[in-house]
Design a protein around this ligand. Structure first.
Ligand SMILES: C[S@@+](CC[C@H](N)C(=O)[O-])C[C@H]1O[C@@H](n2cnc3c(N)ncnc32)[C@H](O)[C@@H]1O
Length: 310
């Protein structure tokens, strides 16, 4: 790479000013020693294909939970979405139980259905053909009960682009291998994941409520995985992805500083969040993830104590 490219602000013309260039300051946020993960190597335990899902973070979650002493009994996830972290923690025996909290009515209906009516939901999945007519009819239907509502959420999640359920989301068009709407509808795989959720239902609690309110009264001995919708620092992605996307980020940091619970929180990189990390004396590392366009994007993983002590 030419000098001009590596230092575009240095002034042009090859004059002597080049000698007095100030080196770019080192990034104050260290990079995680755990390498970027190929998500195909992580068991996909959530039946939902969740926008902003944290499958790529699972190796860090395992490392974090295994280092906590005594072994945590309860993991609380106040912004649960597809719940991959809670499901993995319970199913891999990293914690005894989890509490997943989510405000979105449709997502909540899915979790209620999966936890209370697992076998019936599996049957509905196995019997469904995701034609455009069937998906359109389902999206217009007013569900008669929580099972129908949860099933509708699952179908729409797996047939809309990017799994987005928020208003304005469009359907998958050509999809994988030109399979269109069916390209993310794998009945056998989904039924398998639903059965695993149902088998563990006694250890998974779900609450349709406000995760911020929950943080004000955390149960003693619980640990927290916090993955809020993000639209700070001028980025509006959270608005497009989730119906509930307004979070008071400064308040969230204050609540975490006030609780005694160990926590691991994720965020996009932004000056606002990095300032809050500094203000509260939290620790942050950068973890690389691949976004849906296969670009490598650094995300922040924030904890109270250093995750990788030197
Ligand atoms: C980034 S997503 C979580 C993704 C999740 N970690 C996963 O792997 O699937 C954030 C979620 O927080 C939910 N949410 C937003 N505000 C909330 C609130 N006040 N209480 C509970 N959930 C909320 C959104 O509906 C969205 O599902």
């Amino acid at each position: 790479m030419s000098e001009g490219k590596s230092c575009p602000d240095a002034g042009g013309g090859g004059s002597s000013t080049a000698l007095s260039r100030v080196p770019a300051p080192a990034d104050p946020i260290p990079v995680s020693p755990i390498p970027a993960v190929n998500v195909a190597s992580v068991p996909q335990r959530s039946p939902l294909r969740y926008p902003g899902g944290k499958t790529w973070l699972i190796p860090h979650i395992r490392h974090w939970l295994k280092a906590i002493e005594p072994r945590p009994k309860l993991l609380v996830e106040p912004f649960a979405g597809g719940g991959i972290v809670s499901l993995t923690a319970v199913m891999e025996g990293l914690v005894d139980r989890c509490l997943m909290v989510e405000l979105d009515r449709d997502v909540a209906a899915f979790w209620h259905a999966a936890l209370r009516h697992g076998p019936e939901l599996c049957e509905m999945v196995r019997g469904f053909q995701p034609t455009r007519e069937a998906v359109d009819a389902l999206s217009r239907q007013v569900p008669a009960n929580v099972l129908e509502h949860g099933f509708r959420t699952l179908v729409l999640n797996r047939t809309r682009r990017g799994g987005i359920l928020a208003p304005g989301a469009s359907l998958i068009r050509s999809g994988e291998c030109g399979m269109g709407l069916a390209s993310r509808w794998y009945p056998g795989t989904l039924a398998g994941r639903l059965s695993a959720v149902a088998d563990n239902a006694g250890r998974i609690e779900f609450s349709e409520s406000d995760g911020m309110a929950l943080l004000e009264g955390m149960p003693a001995g619980a640990v927290l995985f916090v993955d809020p919708p993000y639209n700070a620092g001028g980025k509006r992605a959270g608005q497009r992805l989730y119906a509930h996307n307004e979070i008071d980020h400064a308040r969230l940091f204050t609540l975490l500083a006030e609780t005694k619970a160990a926590f691991l929180m994720t965020y996009d990189r932004s000056d606002e969040i990095e300032d809050l990390v500094g203000k509260y004396g939290f620790q942050a590392i950068q973890v690389e993830m691949k976004n849906t366009h296969h670009a490598r994007v650094p995300e922040l993983v924030i904890t109270r104590e250093r995750m990788f002590p030197e």
